[in-house]
Design a protein around this ligand. Sequence first.
Ligand code: SF4
Length: 536
Amino acid sequence: MTKLSPPTAPTVGFISLGCPKNLVDSEVMMGLLDRAGARLTSHPEEAEILIVNTCSFIDTAKQESVDTILEMARHKTSGSAKKLIVAGCLVERYRDEIQKSIPEVDAVIGTGELESILEAAGLAPSPAAPALFNILTSSSHAAVHAGKESLSGTHKAAKGKINSEGDGGFNPRILPAEASGALAPEITSRAEGNLREQQGRFRRDDWQGATHLLPTYLYDETTPRFLTTPRSSAYIKIAEGCDHPCSFCVIPNLRGKFRSRRFESVVAEAEQLVARGVSEITLIGQDTTCYGEDFGLKDGLAELLDSLARIPNLRWLRFLYAYPNRITGKLLDTIARHDNICKYLDLPLQHAAPAVLKRMKRGGSAEIFLKTLEKVRAAVPGIVLRTTFITGFPGESIGDFDILSDFIKEAKFDWLGVFNYSDEEGSGAISLGRKVPRRTIESRKRRLMKLQQSISKRAKQQWVGRELVLLAEGESEETPLLWEARTQFHAPEIDGKVYINDFGALEALEPGRFYKAAITEAHDYDIIARVVSGPL
Ligand code: SF4
């Protein structure tokens, strides 16, 4: 029997923690809720239903997730909220434990069960979806906030607050609403993933409360999404899961085997986004460079980028999280060939000492990576490179750490993140001996960041005097005297900032529009710009 939505639509507050991949899941759940009649609010005290989409990659992320659940539970205890729902990666790891230890939690939703959000919220799916996009008005509200820190490897910082009110550039919107005719995505897999499964990579049976079934969920272009990013930018998740064996990482156990979205589905979603005013698209997935391998595509990411780059009015296109041994000549040629593909590569390397990389089950060495970087820089002149490292992996000796430091000096990354190793239940590395003491890990991280600071400063100084195209984002949160912007060399919410302190001949700037600007100053990570012309 079909349940009907309650006559009064419930008000829902949604908190999304963690990386952009989790944010897309949140946007899908918010889209489903909105279409089923819920009213989304950015004020938790107004919400009848509170939903926390959690992250659980490392200790700090788990702690933040638990703290946020407890904070939201207080709204339930005080009587303002009637329901508390927990979703995401923490649920995949500690499903039973969450409900046992936090009795205020009414329902839990794993990463492969996004559609169950409606049942958990007591809503029925909307029987008749409107045929066109439904752009929410400014009176609609979105998520309470996005996570502060997200993680190493393929997991990047997604800082800051998503707030639907008063930031000018923010315009939450639903897309698309066409539900009929959707083909259920066929579940595909890579031979590498099947092999890893046989080797026990995805074993979940000894996890308390985890279901034995791996998530297989994939959204497509017909799934409603409530975009919470600024109007001009959006993420597209092109694949889910991961088949790599990295021993520090439990993401494959949480997210399941690698599976790509259908090529046409990604292109259709990109076209819909651009038609709604999005001019910058960032492709994400645990490993975007494996895209399409599960359905037999060779150089699938290059093919996909080539098709997407042809969409008129798509100004900036980029992808995040490349796996080092999957940077092909064709991929680099594609980046070089299209003006609207950002000259930016995010290549999480995790370490440079061969002994550590071997124990991480990733392989490679400083020497191999330097050759890869040389190849990338030769094929795409001027490309900006980002990477992340983990320090304090079990067995990381002083010699290994020195190899990593020397590599950083030589590689000269434009952007670099360092994360502390932490033991993760269910990971291969947890059973490795020779753990590095916490204080040593912390001091090694500080030393690497200090080293990178001077490299970054020198690199940014070379930008001074150049004219670059900027995407204006809005007034700075720090002071109304400055505006914030990004160049193609800054991924959304990840890299340093561009501050505009001079509008040139213009009276005002518009968020989401592109301008030509001269770079006038450089600091350790941030740069200062003066607008020269625009909007472009
Ligand atoms: S590539 Fe490695 S670090 Fe990244 S999600 Fe897969 S297993 Fe984890």
